[in-house]
Every structure is written in C-alpha cells, then in structure tokens.
Design a protein around this ligand. Sequence first.
Ligand SMILES: Cc1cc2nc3c(=O)[nH]c(=O)nc-3n(C[C@H](O)[C@H](O)[C@H](O)COP(=O)(O)OP(=O)(O)OC[C@H]3O[C@@H](n4cnc5c(N)ncnc54)[C@H](O)[C@@H]3O)c2cc1C
Length: 248
Amino acid sequence: MIGWQVLCVTALGPEPTAIPPLSGPTVLVFPADATGDALAGATAVVCGAEVLGRITHLSVVGDRVEASRSSHGGRITIRVSSTKNLVIATANTMPACDGEITLGAASPLTLEREVIVDQAIALEGAPIVLAGGRGLDEASFAQLEKLAVLVKGAVGASLPAIDLGLASVSRQVGQSGKFVTPRIYLAAGLSGTPQHLAGIGVATRLLAINSDAEASIFRYSESGVVGDARIILPKLVTAVERKLAQCS
Ligand SMILES: Cc1cc2nc3c(=O)[nH]c(=O)nc-3n(C[C@H](O)[C@H](O)[C@H](O)COP(=O)(O)OP(=O)(O)OC[C@H]3O[C@@H](n4cnc5c(N)ncnc54)[C@H](O)[C@@H]3O)c2cc1C
C-alpha cells in the first residue's frame, strides 16, 4: 500500500516487547481472537491510534486507509476509513503485510479470591421480610437489619435502594429481583410500584411506613404509619427489644 506500511502482529512471544518505533503512516493488524482483540484495544489507547475494528479488506484510497467490515452476519458490509496516521485493526485472515511484530505476552495477574458469606437470613423462605426503598438512608437500613435480627426476618430492598448502594443485589424484591412469600412484609420508604409488588406473594400481609399519605403502598397494606421512617425505625427497634426482653 503506497505511503503506508502494514505490520501484522502474528504471535505473542514469552518475552515482553514493545511496538518498535514506527516510520510513516502505519496499520497494525492483530489476529481477531480474544487476545488479539484485547491487545488491539489496549495498544490503540496507549498509542492514541484509530481503531477500525475487525476488518475483511484493507486498501489505501488517496492518503487514507480504507477497510471493509462485515456486519449483521455478513449481510451488510461497512466501509470505514482512517483519519489518523496510526491505525489498528483485527482480522481473521491477515492482509498482505510489510512486516511482522511479535509482542510479548502480558505479565500474569495474581488474583485473590475471597468468598463472602452472607450471614444474614436469606430472603427465600423467610417468614418475615423487612424491606427498604429509596426513602431510606444508610442509617435507617442499618435499623432494618437490626430489626431483622431481632425478629429472625430477612432484609429486602427495592431496585433504587440497591442502585444507591443501600443493600446488596441479592436483597432485591420485585419483577427483576426475587419473589418472596413471607407471612409479613414491612415496606419502609417504598412507594409500592407494580414492579416491586410483583415480587411479593398475594397471601402476604403488607405493612408500610411512608412519609407520603398518598403513597400507593398504603392501598395494598393491611396497616401502615404515615411518617419519617428514619425516625420510626429506631423507635420500632427499641420497642421490639423491650418486648423481647419482657418475654425472656
Ligand atoms: C423493567 C423494570 C424492572 C424493574 N424491576 C424492579 C424490581 O425488581 N424491584 C423494584 O423494587 N423495582 C423495580 N423496578 C423499578 C420500579 O419501577 C420503581 O422505580 C421502584 O420500585 C421504586 O422503588 P422505591 O419504592 O424504593 O422508590 P420510590 O418510588 O422513589 O419511592 C420512595 C418512597 O419513599 C417515600 N419516602 C421518602 N422519604 C421517606 C422517609 N424519610 N420516610 C418514609 N418514606 C419516605 C416516598 O414518599 C416514596 O413513596 C423496575 C423497573 C423496570 C422498568
């Protein structure tokens, strides 16, 4: 290709090597496999190169490199062209190359694995679920957890509460979370959307704490408190602790 050199990365050697200094406009072609794809992307970032993707054909038109890419299972061919002088592509079949580069394999990473054991009661099969929503904060979720320990229940959460980092994803109740059928479900700071309620069995008795008297959760609840859950939950914990102390 006139004015351009095409260098093919053909193998990954045991010794780490850098890409040699490049003279003039260059196309680096990596093999289109998992390692080649990863290396091509990393090299493009490090060198500030332009990425053409997985190509099927390469040519020079004027002072630009043009390439074809197959899309939609080969039904469509996309033509892409370069705007930079260093271009990176991957290919299943290597084009005609002016030279070859052997890159060193990446140094292995040492990964440490830690098994995290969830000591809390699982949502599945729990007779009581204490669930929190977007209306709660970290401190009130901690109160829910305290209450769960006291009544031997499980903590549940809405999707937004999980997105806020207030509970782990294993605690999500609802359409895209878990389906639970406890005897009692306390919904605190939860509005009662269909997506959340879809995760609660119809025989479950719902109780709600919400600061908005118009919240739809009250329409499905057997009993409820209109108020700030951040104030009510600690009071509830104290009340349950007192009751349990009387019983023991
Ligand atoms: C495809 C799809 C799947 C989904 N799957 C799920 C799912 O599996 N589970 C799920 O939960 N959501 C799911 N969602 C999200 C769902 O649509 C709602 O956004 C979500 O259920 C609302 O959660 P929330 O009740 O915590 O928040 P909000 O609707 O924002 O309600 C917060 C409530 O807290 C009350 N509140 C605020 N402050 C206080 C306070 N201090 N004290 C007491 N109350 C307070 C407010 O009055 C309000 O009623 C899904 C959405 C889509 C599109």
